[in-house]
Design a protein. Structure first.
Length: 154
């Protein structure tokens, strides 16, 4: 495996080469996938030393990466995207966490959060209204009955 001893990306030969992180982001695959391709002989990275450090990093040739398949999954549909965001908000995640995980804009995340809040308030209003109305009717002949939901004007 070739090694660069004079620092990363300082010579013209290594200029434009990508780190393992950058390469995996570019191709939309994991770093493990890059390492598997390397073991299979599909990629031939070089090991570079960071200037002023003893830390080694792997550098990938952009021309070699251009020949590799892009693994990026199909974008999520609007319903799937919103349901994933709702689940994340239910678990207490921040808008920032939703933006990073789902790769959406902050404005989209805030709009989805507003819809999530509205949906939660509607469920809460329905839940409190039906609990009082159906508390006496929850058991019929010793069998638990699902309460009937009633629309409550907001």
């Amino acid at each position: 495996m070739p090694r660069i001893t004079n620092g990363v990306r300082t010579g013209k030969v290594w200029e434009g080469w990508l780190s393992r992180n950058e390469a995996s982001d570019l191709l939309g695959c994991s770093m493990n996938t890059l390492m598997n391709w390397q073991r299979q002989g599909l990629l031939h990275p070089v090991i570079g030393m960071q200037p002023g450090s003893s830390r080694e990093i792997w550098l990938y040739d952009p021309h070699e990466l251009a020949r590799m398949p892009k693994k990026r999954a199909a974008p999520l549909g609007p319903g799937e995207l919103e349901s994933r965001a709702f689940e994340m908000f239910d678990r207490g995640r921040t808008v920032r966490a939703v933006v990073v995980a789902l790769r959406i804009t902050a404005d989209e995340a805030w709009a989805i959060r507003e819809r999530w809040i509205d949906a939660g308030q509607e469920e809460t209003a329905l839940g409190t209204a039906t609990t009082a109305a159906t508390a006496a009717n929850d058991v019929e002949d010793g069998v638990m009955v699902e309460p009937t939901r009633v629309a409550v004007p907001a």
